[in-house]
Design a binder for this molecule. Structure first.
Ligand code: PGA
Length: 252
């Protein structure tokens, strides 16, 4: 059976109302193609733009996600500065990024991430769950240990539907640096992750993405890693030109 390939655009703290042009160009590209099946394009702009983009773009070829969710598992309440899962759904998000290393550095630990995951699941948001080791952990040979710990401390064992959780492996030393791990290294990591998720969580077919300096130049090589189901793309997703170059070989 063919697997779905995800292309998730993480815009971080970038973009303005004019940036809708970039998404419109991607949509125009997609409309000319016939092979939509088994691919998902998801844009995760800042939330102010998401609500605007979603209304303008609304189309089955492009989906939207948020970059954060409150750990407060309520729809409404006296929580200054928080946005609940219900609110994210209301502005058109179907996905949410949780556990990104840039967020972990600011204010997110594994326990907070666990609360956010549970809140997202309750609100029927699909989760892009980011995990990744830093360079010193990698040098000490601790990568897989760190990844397992990040998962174990944030994910309840009783989650029934793992179709709603997309694991994005993003080595911290690769994000925004232009450094991409060798395929040998990635193959080993994904094999171990796959076994871990199947053994410990009974996930039938884990959905695992790669993120970190994905560009039009390296996407084909990364695509050879059999266990990955797509990419989480930062810098190269901001402009339609480079994003289209990344996705184009997957569409006929
Ligand atoms: P990058 O970011 O593609 O700019 O390295 C990826 C990410 O942080 O999700």
């Amino acid at each position: 059976m063919s697997k779905t390939i995800y292309f998730i655009a993480n815009w971080k703290m970038h973009g303005n109302y004019n940036s809708i042009k970039e998404i419109q160009k991607v949509l125009n590209f997609l409309k000319k193609k016939t092979t939509y099946g088994f691919k998902k394009i998801i844009f995760c702009p800042p939330l102010n733009l998401l609500s605007y983009f979603e209304k303008k773009i609304r189309n089955k070829l492009i989906d939207f996600g948020a970059q954060d969710i409150s750990k407060v598992n309520l729809n409404y309440g006296p929580y200054t500065g928080q946005l609940s899962g219900k609110m994210l759904k209301d502005v058109g998000a179907n996905y949410v990024i949780i556990g990104h290393s840039e967020k972990r550095i600011l204010d997110e630990d594994n326990v907070t991430i666990k609360k956010k995951i549970n809140s997202a699941l309750k609100n029927k948001l699909k989760i892009i769950f980011c995990i990744g080791e830093n360079i010193s952990q990698k040098k000490m040979g601790l990568s897989i240990k760190i990844l397992k710990k990040q998962i174990s401390q944030s994910l309840e064992k009783k989650i029934v539907n793992f179709d709603n959780i997309i694991f994005a492996y993003e080595p911290i030393w690769s994000i925004g640096t232009g450094i991409v791990p060798a395929n040998d290294y990635l193959n080993k990591i994904y094999k171990k992750l796959n076994i871990f998720l199947k053994d410990k969580y009974k996930v039938k077919t884990p959905i695992m993405l790669y993120g970190g300096s994905v560009t039009p130049d390296n996407v084909a090589s990364l695509g050879n890693i059999s266990l990955i189901s797509g990419f989480l793309i930062g810098g190269a997703s901001l402009k339609a030109k480079s994003f289209i170059k990344i996705i184009k070989n997957y569409y006929i």
